[in-house]
Design a protein around this ligand. Structure first.
Ligand code: AMP
Ligand code: MG
Length: 348
């Protein structure tokens, strides 16, 4: 398949490009588009054959449901039933923005879109290009992240191009995503409402909005039960190289990583995900990626997936990462990093 690739201005996109993308969706095709979290791989959420194509293009397991993206709060009533008061409270505080709500699905949403579930995930993104595209496409866009299943989520147009070229009809490239981590997910079909995936909207913000909330212990605690968001059970976000997270006091971490890089009899290619303050301290690594200042959590989140992809591009066999346990985004950042590492963490 020939993939149309268009660059647009993130704030003032060429409306001819947006209209063309809308037409592609209306005729059953797939378009990758930017959001403030990561790039999405969109199809018409109300058309089960479009959803089927999304699973195929990504190589995504069919029990892993898609998020339906809308371009206005009122559109929630077309795809969800029994919308509770909490949805309005959260929408007022966080929409448009990086929060996904799980609601009871309406009959207009095919089960192919919801991975067989009776619930539907809904989000109203804030990215201007996403909003214009969703509206031009009829208002209901099913979209998972626009990566091949298992690879790090795409946070700029070139990531999408490298995963999706030839697999989908069109890619809209509006440059890097602002946030760089997938949306927070909260389930509003249970009481107390339950946080299923950490993201930019953190636990404290949700508590301030709703009062008491629960958290899925399979994701936030030590329960070995299956996560309630089916996608959270897969080893996700992973680079090709073997990733190890090293946790502990800064000097001990640097010295442990340096030791591992130096002790490399097989001559493997090594890389380090380093905070800015440490980048000069790993001279023998083949690649040192600067993820940002240790206390600049917005920047670390924004760069995380790009740094993992950079390690792939440079054919790094062994990747060592410092720990980035920052106050408000640390949980979301480390949730992704720990999954990327397949829970391979060393405490020093
Ligand atoms: P992605 O768009 O790639 O970030 O994946 C969407 C995430 O939302 C996956 O982890 C899904 O399992 C989760 N999700 C989508 N719909 C539902 C639903 N109805 N109930 C629970 N989790 C959902
Ligand atoms: Mg994804």
């Amino acid at each position: 398949m020939n993939t149309i690739y268009e660059k647009v201005d993130p704030l003032y996109p060429d409306m001819k490009v947006i209209e063309k993308a809308g037409e592609i969706i209306k005729s059953g095709g797939l378009v990758a588009f930017p959001t403030e979290t990561v790039y999405g791989l969109g199809g018409n959420a109300l058309d089960e054959s479009a959803s089927a194509k999304i699973y195929e293009a990504k190589g995504r397991p069919s029990d892993n449901p898609l998020i339906v993206h809308i371009a206005g709060f009122e559109d929630i009533y077309k795809i969800a039933e029994d919308v509770p008061e909490e949805a309005k409270v959260l929408a007022k505080m966080f929409w448009p923005g990086p929060l996904t709500m799980i609601l009871k699905k309406s009959p207009s949403v095919p089960k192919r879109t919801t991975g067989g579930l009776d619930t539907v995930a809904v989000r109203f993104p804030s990215h201007p290009v996403a909003q214009k595209f969703i509206a031009a496409a009829g208002g209901y866009i099913a979209a998972p992240s626009a990566n091949i299943s298992g690879r790090p989520s795409p946070t700029n147009g070139s990531h999408v191009l490298s995963d999706m070229n030839g697999r989908i009809d069109m890619i809209i490239d509006a440059g890097p995503c602002d946030i760089g981590l997938e949306s927070t997910i909260i389930d509003l079909t249970v009481r107390p409402c339950m946080m299923l995936r950490p993201g930019y909207v953190n636990e404290k913000m949700l508590r301030d909005a709703l009062g008491d909330i629960a958290k899925d212990e399979a994701v936030f605690g030590n329960s070995s039960a299956a996560p309630k968001a089916p996608g959270m059970k897969y080893r996700h976000y992973a680079p090709k190289g073997e990733l190890t997270i090293v946790s502990g006091n800064n000097d001990a971490v640097v010295s442990y990583i340096t030791g591992r890089i130096t002790d490399n009899p097989e001559g493997l290619r090594t890389g380090v995900l380093s905070s800015s303050g440490n980048i000069g301290r790993y001279p023998s690594a083949d690649l040192v990626v600067d993820i940002g200042d240790a206390d600049n959590e917005d920047l670390i989140a924004k760069r995380l997936y790009d740094t993992l992809r950079k390690c792939d591009e440079m054919n790094i066999d062994r990747i060592y990462s410092e720990e980035f346990d920052t106050p408000s985004l640390g949980l979301a950042i480390m949730n992704r990093l720990i999954k990327a590492a397949g829970h391979n963490i060393i405490n020093v």
